[in-house]
Design a binder for this molecule. Structure first.
Ligand code: LER
Ligand code: MN
Length: 278
């Protein structure tokens, strides 16, 4: 059995995206995570050029906290950049922003770069084929650039209430097959899977080695243990694929950030221990 690798998403105070516990990228946040037991940090930033890279790297080294993934959705949520925008200039800006994340990844240990809502929000079924073509064109540009930098991209299937583009593992795997690039895989998120997957464990098995990163939240997007997802078989299946990456908490800071973080760590650690002893 592998090591218990667990991280939490961390963003800055200007973020509009709700389900994040640590809302300041600071030594204090890293110290709080570390004290609970987390051994990595996932960073969600709008624009990598907002970050003082030298100070950031020093802080990570000081706390011995690797970056486990780079979230990119704020470029859509706050700057309106997406792979399916009708304006080709906006699509190019979205690709350029992902390239910046790839460069940033190259400086901080090559964590995966997440392709979440930057692919774009769409609900009208008639528009899906054209949107898919635009998304794929942008994805290929990003993946080619990332391949040169030895960085992986992780596409996250996102539930139908946020977009109609890539809702489940099946669609994610089909997309990856169509693009035929080795450095594109999946980020699976238990919150979305609980809504979209027929059987979560089966979908994890099918995704197998294509799982590049893993988000956890319970069915209500609270810390694991506060909802109805049965995490024991889910994690058992994840580890059975040979996954050695991080489990990363992306969830609501309720009832308060400290309790949500502790609950995530304690609950997942108990499950990891139970699986290790099987
Ligand atoms: C981001 O990782 C996520 O899970 C989505 O809900 C973003 O909209
Ligand atoms: Mn997620």
């Amino acid at each position: 059995m592998n090591k218990f690798n667990i991280s939490m998403v961390c963003t800055d105070s200007t973020a509009r995206f709700g389900p994040i516990v640590f809302r300041e990228i600071s030594a204090e946040s890293l110290a709080r995570m570390k004290a609970i037991g987390f051994n990595g940090v996932e960073i969600n930033i709008k624009d990598p050029s907002d970050i003082n890279l030298k100070a950031f790297i020093e802080m990570l080294e000081q706390w011995d906290m690797p970056v486990t993934a780079l979230g990119t959705g704020r470029a859509f949520g706050e700057d309106g950049l997406s792979f399916i925008d009708p304006d080709p200039k906006i699509r190019q800006k979205a690709v350029d922003r992902i390239k910046q994340h790839v460069d940033f990844s190259g400086r901080v240990g090559r964590p995966v770069v997440i392709i979440g809502l930057i692919r774009g929000k769409i609900f009208d079924p008639v528009s899906i084929p054209r949107a898919t073509a635009r998304m794929e064109e942008c994805l290929v540009k990003c993946a080619e650039y990332a391949r040169e930098a030895n960085v992986k991209l992780a596409i996250e299937p996102i539930n139908r209430y946020e977009t109609a583009l890539i809702n489940d593992v099946k669609q994610g795997l089909e997309l990856i097959d169509r693009l035929g690039m080795d450095n594109i895989g999946l980020l699976l998120d238990t919150f979305h899977m609980n809504i979209e997957e027929p059987v979560i464990e089966e979908s994890i098995r099918k995704a197998g080695k294509r799982i590049f990163h893993f988000h956890v939240a319970d069915s209500n997007r609270r810390a694991p243990g506060y909802g109805h997802i049965d995490f024991l078989p889910v994690l058992r299946e994840l580890y059975a694929t040979g996954y050695e990456g991080f489990i990363s908490g992306e969830l609501l800071p309720v009832p308060d950030p400290e309790t949500a973080a502790r609950k995530t760590y304690d609950f997942m650690k108990d499950i990891f221990t139970a699986i290790s002893n099987e």
